[in-house]
Structure formats: C-alpha cells, structure tokens
Design a protein around this ligand. Structure first.
Ligand code: HMG
Ligand code: MG
Length: 310
C-alpha cells in the first residue's frame, strides 16, 4: 500500500487519539436503513483496524433519529470488543437505556446556538443544559466517562457566525457540570484555521486544560484537515473523524460528512504522529461500507488507495 513519507513538523503531539464517529455520526444521516448486523460488522472492522474509541450509536428518541432506533439490538453485538464504545444520550431516559446495556462511556450534546438547540433537542440552550445535568451526575456516580459535545461552535445555518464568548460560556457549563472532555463541533463545516485557533486560545487562557478538548470537524468546505492541523498546533490530541467521510446531521441541513478518518490518518502518518491505526485495513473497511451503502466513499484517501488496488 502507498503511504506518505514521514516528515515530522516541530511542536506537534507525538500521539493522537482518534474518536471514530462513523457508526453514529456517519450512519445517523443515511436515508436507507442499514441492517443492524452490517453496523455491527462495521464497528468490528473499525476495531480490527486499530481504532480504540468507536462511537457506536445513540440512545435518542427513535422517532427523532430512526436510523439508530436499533441501539438496543446493536450494542450487545459489539459490547465485548476490547475498545471504548461511547454512545450518545440526550436525557435520563437515554442514560437508563445505555446503562441497562452496560455502556461505560456516554456523551451529552449541547448547542452553542438557540436555533440548533431547538431543532436538535426541542429545548433552549439552558433547558438542554438543565436536561443534561442529572445525566452527567448519574453517569459520573456510576463511574461512567462523560463527553460533552458542543455543536455550532463556529457557525450556525440559521444564525450565521457564532461569537467565541458565546461558545466558551456553554463549554464552561458542560465542564462545570462534570463532563470529562469536550468535543468542539463544527457541525456545518464553516470553520477556518484562524477561527479554530481563536476558540482554543480563549478556552485554554480561561483555564480549560487542552487535554480535555477534542475537535469535531465536518468537511463541507474542505477545511477539516487544515482546521485539525491548527488544533494539533495548539496541543489538541483528541480528533473526531468518520471512516470513509460518512456523516452529517439530520437536524442541520447544511451539514455534510465528517472529516474522513483515512484522510486524517494519512496526514498524521506523514507527520510521524502515532494513531495505532492500520490504514490498509481502514480503507478496506470503508470500501466495504461504501458497497453496503451503494455509493462511493467521499474520502479522497479511500478513493486514491482503492483505485491503486484495482
Ligand atoms: P422531545 O420530543 O422534547 O421529548 O425530544 P420529551 O422529553 O418531551 O419526551 C417525549 C417522549 O419521548 C416521551 O415518551 C419520552 O419517554 C420519550 P412518552 O412519555 O410521550 O411516551 N423519550 C425517549 N424515548 C427513548 N429514548 C430517549 C427518549 N427521550 C424521550 N432518549 C429529545 C427531546 C432530546 C428526546 C429529542 O429531541 C431527541 O431525541 N433528539 C436527538 C437528536 C439527535 O440525535 N441529533 C443528532 C445527534 S447531535 C449531532 O449529530 C452533532 C454532533 O455530531 C456534533 C456536531 O457535529 O456538532 C454530536
Ligand atoms: Mg457531527
């Protein structure tokens, strides 16, 4: 398999943990129903490719995200894998469902903007935070790790640009209620590197440890890798990505696929940054998943490396 030449750049982390979101953020947006067994096979193949954190599904209202309505069936099929399997839980009902199946990592998902809070959670920003508070408290009391997503950190389809202080305020609320880590979401992919740097600088200057920060870029305008590089320069070591570049958000029309895990691994490998991921196996997994979905992967790296094999 073709690999990039390794040429390290100064000042970057030695290792990055990839938080794989393909089975959740990737598949939540599919029009057709993906069979539960195919989803389970997808998760197993991702684990086999060396991904150690794989967001498996969401325990949300099944009518809101029908594509993930099989969470109860899926989770037991993958629960024995030796990897972290975080799941999304919007409220106590979701937490109950996740805990009943033995989930050890959950994620709540807030919004920096009122419009998306309403569209995604049927709540104001503050009402959503109030909904998460008992979820986080109970999860922590059970020794469960909690991630706090924050959507629309850089722009919102209804409200336009989102001021940095507005984002920082909700980040603080999530950390104050006990979230172990944050994932800063560019839900609609409008961020650019200077903006990423500005938000990270503000957060760290106000006392948030960089180790508690992850980044979650969608690639709508082709900026996801550049934005990731800006985050690495700031010391971020947790990067969300979706195998094959699958993804989007059913409640934000302009959201397209996430940063493709393969494109990320290609860049990190070239920089000499360790991820533990076997690119060959990962590309084969995304090529297999593209066949299941009946359309080619949007990932440039998957396409380039799949063509080479033919
Ligand atoms: P609601 O309609 O306000 O719900 O939805 P409710 O609290 O009024 O409850 C209504 C009924 O739903 C009740 O049943 C509840 O029990 C039931 P009833 O008593 O009427 O028979 N219910 C549930 N059932 C199963 N599981 C649950 C659950 N909760 C309530 N968890 C709610 C509020 C939060 C539930 C809804 O808005 C929802 O499920 N939203 C999820 C939307 C979603 O998953 N969006 C995609 C993920 S976010 C994302 O993609 C962004 C991210 O990738 C980062 C980025 O890119 O920015 C993370
Ligand atoms: Mg997302």
């Amino acid at each position: 398999m073709t690999l990039p030449m390794t040429v390290p750049a100064p000042g970057l982390p030695a290792r990055v943990r990839i938080h794989e979101v393909g089975p959740r953020d990737g598949l939540q947006n599919e029009k057709g129903t993906v069979p539960t067994e195919v989803k389970a096979e997808f998760v197993r193949r991702l684990a086999d490719a060396g991904l150690t954190t794989i967001e498996a599904t969401s325990f949300v209202h099944p009518k809101w995200v029908p594509q993930l309505a099989d969470a109860e069936e899926l989770f037991p099929l993958v629960g024995d894998l030796p990897v972290a399997l975080p799941v999304l839980v919007p409220n106590e009902r979701g937490l109950d469902r996740a805990l009943a199946l033995g989930a050890r990592r959950v994620a709540v998902f807030a919004s920096a903007t009122e419009s998306f809070a309403k569209a995604n959670l049927n709540r104001t920003v503050d009402e959503a935070l109030a909904m998460f508070e008992p979820v986080v408290a109970r999860a922590k009391a059970s020794g469960v790790h909690v991630r706090g997503y924050l959507s629309m950190c850089f722009g919102d389809p209804w409200e336009g640009a989102v001021p940095v202080p507005q984002v920082v305020k909700v980040c603080k609320a999530l950390l104050d209620m006990g979230c172990d880590e944050l994932s800063l979401g560019d839900t609609i992919g409008v961020a650019t590197p200077g903006h990423v740097r500005a938000l990270l600088t503000e957060l760290t200057e106000q006392g948030t440890p960089v180790a508690a920060l992850g980044v979650h870029f969608h690639d709508t305008y082709g900026q996801a890798l550049a934005n990731t590089y800006a985050a690495l320069e700031h010391g971020v070591t947790t990067v969300d990505a979706s195998a094959g570049g699958l993804g989007g958000c059913p409640y934000a029309k302009s959201a397209t696929g996430n940063l493709a895990t393969e494109d990320l691994v290609w860049m990190l490998r070239g920089l000499g940054i360790d991820t533990g991921v076997d690119l060959d196996r990962l590309v084969a997994t995304s090529a297999w998943m593209a066949e299941q979905l009946g359309r080619p992967s949007p990932s440039r790296t998957v396409r380039a490396l799949s063509h080479k094999e033919q």
